[in-house]
Ligand binder design. Sequence first.
Ligand code: ZN
Length: 343
Amino acid sequence: MRRFKFIRDPGPDSCGNNVEEFLRWLDGPACIFITGEDSGRTRALVTLLHGNEPSGAMALQRWLKSGQRPAVNVVCVVASVVAALEPPLFSHRMLPRARDLNRCFRPPFDDAQGALAEEILEILRFHHPEAVVDMHNTSGSGPSFGVCTHMDRQHDALVSFFTQRLIVSNLGLGALMELSEASFPTVTVEVGGRLDEQAHELAYEGLCRYFLAATVLDPPDTDWGLELLRDPIRLELNDNVTLTYAEQPSTSYDITLKADIEHHNFGSVGVDTLLGWAGGPERSLFSAQDANGRCAVTRLVRIENGELYPAQALKLFMITNNAAIAESDCLFYAVADDGGVFC
Ligand SMILES: [Zn+2]
């Protein structure tokens, strides 16, 4: 099993000229400690939990190269270096047959990914950071947003270093923030699509603001004007249901979603917005659970004459256009169009 490599205050010339050289230098999961102007406090940045999400590692390499010094100590965890380096670069969310690392932050920690997750938690416990930011990319193109498990002024302020949209959600998936939140204010930041230049740019700008701010949790009395999306529901595929993306219904698949469905990311979809095509009762194809554990499928989607529509006005996000991700994770997240919870 690959164990963490610990690096302290690397010089600007030691960390490679680009992100690929940076990862080859790390050679495996790494913990980089950067001493701050105020060495009595520490913040944490976690990134590359998913090997196909480059923005955080790119931003960190750029920061190290710049030779800047953060306001306080920063402990940076770069996790799935091996998966990221598996050719082609940044194409593997995790290695084949490995579990999704961001679903492993809960016991049992008894396989390689679980051990890696446990070690990340130990690193955080050891450094006791005043805040934790876990930086990700979305698989499809789309705007940035933050996710936290509960909402207060501290999380508001943390997210505002990066984005103006905040999803409040506690789905119990085994994500880092769900466990880490008990000890440190933690937010997940999705800086945008993994192939989007502007996501890389936002990752760097946000990282600089987060590293350089004198305080991250006690800002002056500010209304951050965040757009809040509470308790989203995941629309998942039932086992053995097949899915494709196309401009017309495909008879070889149970469900065809429109190829441009990701354009609805964070937009509102009305009851007449065609999402795709499917046959059969909604519940035979999809599953979805609301915060009370009740089935929410027919509150999300309806099938009419072989066409798939929203069951009510919805706001959709984290829409994927990748069938493998839709099958192993979910098709999208949804809230009622007013951003509120489903009743
Ligand atoms: Zn991710």
